[in-house]
Design a protein around this ligand. Structure first.
Ligand code: COA
Length: 331
């Protein structure tokens, strides 16, 4: 990329609600089994926010931890981006609520809707603003309370998702460090594959749409599965090529944590050893925009990531959207 500066993740933080819902809990709610869920998805349990907890609450906790990890104050943040499909409300943005909560009073703030690719989209925004010199420090958060929009009678979807938040502080750094490449893309021709049909201007939330459960997640899982493998593999290749590195240079790949079989499919296509993957979806399920920053924070805090390691982040989600980024770790 031809820019004046580069941008690096200098701090991470994450937060998940305390309440654990296991596959055995789900067996009591829908016609499913622990064995089916584990073998088809790799998920054992997920976290569920309580009634009074919204996406901004999870985001705020993750953001404060990321700021502490980065060693900078909230006043130094120039922009707060919250990637989410489960904002607190239609408006104001969840990002403005987080801005208030953490005291980032010198920042601009907005939400970003790109489904499970939201965090990579946020990273691309941060990279753009920082590399052109407009901003120095950007807080990129991926956060969801998907449990609030799950149809708990639909076994096709209710076993897959969970709640959580991950935050990163992205800051100006020397060229050749930090984010080496970031690629994002979308194809609205597949807009119906993962959707919450009601709640916007097309289908308002009213008695009829609630009775039809149109205010809940609808998904064509099989089709999503095939497109996810193909697209995440090709966007990963594009990000690697842009950074002029190969899979052999990578220490770690953190894929969107949707399904272990999707991840295996990507790794097979990219010819990367499974040992290079960081996976925590067994504990959290698919947390959409939160999944990558949640895994990234866990990997960083466990010491799996070391300074100068090269990593690949790759995601896919509703839209359809996709994105990948290669990063040279600077911490
Ligand atoms: C949803 C998903 C796990 C289903 O796995 P699959 O191997 O494709 O399963 P199929 O769709 O072929 O369904 C097989 C059967 O299992 C049933 N089934 C679905 N969910 C089930 C559950 N929780 N428990 C038991 N059976 C279930 C289906 O009804 C179907 O039954 P049928 O053959 O009698 O109709 C898989 O398609 C998937 O992960 N898709 C991607 C979803 C995703 O990650 N979305 C977010 C992307 S960001």
């Amino acid at each position: 990329m031809n820019c004046n500066y580069s941008a690096a993740i200098i701090g991470t933080g994450s937060y998940v609600p305390d309440k654990i819902m296991t596959n055995h809990d789900l067996e009591k709610m829908v016609d499913t089994s622990d064995e089916w869920i584990k073998t088809r998805t790799g998920i054992s349990e997920r976290r569920i926010a309580d009634e009074s907890t919204a996406t901004s609450d999870l985001s705020t906790k993750a953001a404060l931890l990321a700021l502490e990890d980065a060693g900078i104050s909230a006043e130094e943040i120039d922009l707060v981006v919250v990637a989410t499909v489960t904002p607190d409300m239609a408006f104001p943005s969840t990002a403005c609520i987080v801005q208030k909560n953490i005291g980032a009073l010198n920042a601009a703030a907005y939400d970003l809707s790109a489904g499970c690719s939201g965090f990579i989209y946020g990273l691309a925004s941060a990279y753009g603003f920082i590399s052109n010199g407009m901003y120095r420090n950007v807080l990129v958060i991926g956060a969801e309370t998907l449990s609030k929009i799950i149809n708990w009678e639909d076994r096709n979807t209710c076993v897959l998702f969970g709640d959580g938040a991950g935050a990163t502080v992205v800051s100006r750094c020397d060229k050749g460090e930090g984010i080496l490449s970031v690629k994002i893309g979308s194809n609205g021709n597949h807009d119906r594959l993962i959707t919450q049909p009601a709640g916007g201007s097309r289908i308002p939330v009213d008695v009829e749409s609630i009775n039809k459960k149109l205010n809940k997640i609808h998904m064509e899982g099989g089709e999503v599965f095939k497109l996810a493998v193909r697209t995440m593999a090709s966007v990963s290749e594009a990000a690697l090529e842009e950074a002029d590195i190969t899979v052999d240079d990578l220490k770690l790949v953190i894929p969107h944590q949707a399904n272990s079989r999707i991840i295996q499919g990507i790794f097979n296509r990219l010819k990367v050893s499974a040992e290079k993957s960081y996976i925590n979806l067994d504990k959290y399920g698919n947390t959409s925009a939160a999944s990558i920053p949640l895994a990234l924070d866990e990997a960083a805090k466990k010491g799996v990531l070391k300074k100068d390691d090269k990593i690949l982040l790759v995601a896919f989600g509703s839209g359809l959207t996709w994105g990948a980024s290669t990063i040279k770790w600077v911490k």
